[in-house]
Design a protein around this ligand. Sequence first.
Ligand SMILES: [Zn+2]
Length: 431
Amino acid sequence: MKQLLLILLSILFIQEIKAKSYEGYKVYKLKPENINHDKIIEYLQEDSIFYFLDEGQIESGKPIDVMIEQQYQNYFENMLEKNKFKFDVLVDNVEKVLEQERLDQRLTRTSGLGQVTFNSYMYYSEQMAYLHRLGRDYPEIVAILKLGESYEGRDITALRLSSGPSTDPSKTKPVIFIDAGIHCREWIAPAVALYIIQQLVENPQNALFYQNVDWDIVPNLNPDGYEYTQREDRLWRKTRRPNPNQPNYCMGTDLNRNFDHYWMYAGASSNPCSEIYAGPEAFSESESRAIRDYFLANGETIKLYLSFHSYVSMVLYPWGYASTLPEDHEELQRLGELAADAIHRSTTINSRYTVNTSTLALGPGAGGSDDWVKGVANVSLAYCFELPHGDSPFPFLFPARQLFAAVRETFEAIKVYHQYIENKFWNNNNQ
Ligand SMILES: [Zn+2]
C-alpha cells in the first residue's frame, strides 16, 4: 500500500513538472472608458500573447480581464499609461494560485472509485466511474447513454433518469436536458452537474423530481479538454482536435462557437489560435455533433436546456448571436429571475446573479449551444448558466473549499426549473 502511494505521488510529481507553467504571468483588469480604449482591446484580442479571460466582448465602461506573460508586461503597462487606460493587477503571479489549487486538490481528494466528492475536482475517469456505478445500483431509474465520442475517443456520456414512461396515454413526460464542461477549464460546471445527479438519484427525498419529468444530464461535454486541464494546462478552454498547419498552442475549437445557428455571425473568430475559434465549419467537432444528434432525435420531448459555464454569476438566455430579443424573452427572463432568486435566498458564499440575454450581458458570441437548441432544435427554454467564481483571485479557479456551498445553492435553482417544467408541460398539459 505504501509503495502504491509512493508511485502515485511520483506520478503526480512528474505531472506537475510536465504541466504548463504560468510563472510570472499577471492578470490585469482593464477599465475601458472610451472608444479609443475599446479599439486598443480589439487590437490586442487579435494577438494570442494577450490572453483574454472573459467570454464577452468589449464595451466602454465594462471591465475586462487579460492575462499576460512576464516578458510583455512592461510594454503593455507603458502602452496603457500612454493611452490613459486605467487598470488593476488582479493576480500578480498566476502560477502561485495554480500551485495553491494543486495543493488543495491533493489534500482533499478523498473519493474512492465509483464515489462522488464535492471537496475536490474529480478526474473524468472518476466522474464516469460514478455514473456507471449509479447505472448498476439504480437500474430501474438510471440509464447510461453514450451520445458520441470526443476527438481522442472518450465517451460523451449522459445519465438518463426516469421513473418510466408516462402512464397517461394522452401525455408524454417533459425532459430537462443539462450539460456542463463545454469550456473545460470551468471545473465548477461538471461538479454542479454531478451534484444534481447525486441529489436526484441518491437522495430519496428528491424522488418526486423524476416522477413526471425525465432528466438527461451530460456532466462533461469536453472530456479531452478537461483531462488536459487536469494534467497539462489548467487554463485550456477549447477542444483538443489539432488544426492543420498550426502550432500546438493553436489547437482546438471553441465548442460554444461551433453550433450551427448564425455560425460566425459575430463574436467568434476564424483564427485557429483564438480562444473563440469557431472551427473550420459549424459542427466540425464530434462533441458538438453529439449534442446536435441527440436533440434532433429527442428534441420534441426536451422542454428545458441548461448549459453550465463559469465564472460571471449570470443566468443567460438567447440570443447570443445578436442583441435581438426572442419572442418569449419575458418568460425566459422571469424564469431566470426565479432561479436566481432561489440562489440568492440560500447562498452562503454571497453569490449574486444577474439575468439577461447573452448578447446584452456579454456582447455577441454566435454559435453557442443555447442559441442552436432554441433556434434550430426548437426547445424554447434554453439557458447558458454562468456559475460564480467564489473568492478565488483567479476567476476560473473556483476554490474547492467553497465547492460544496456552490453546488448546493445551485440545486435550489434546479428545483425552481423543475417545478416550472412540471407545471407547464405536465400538470397543465392538455394536449
Ligand atoms: Zn464557458
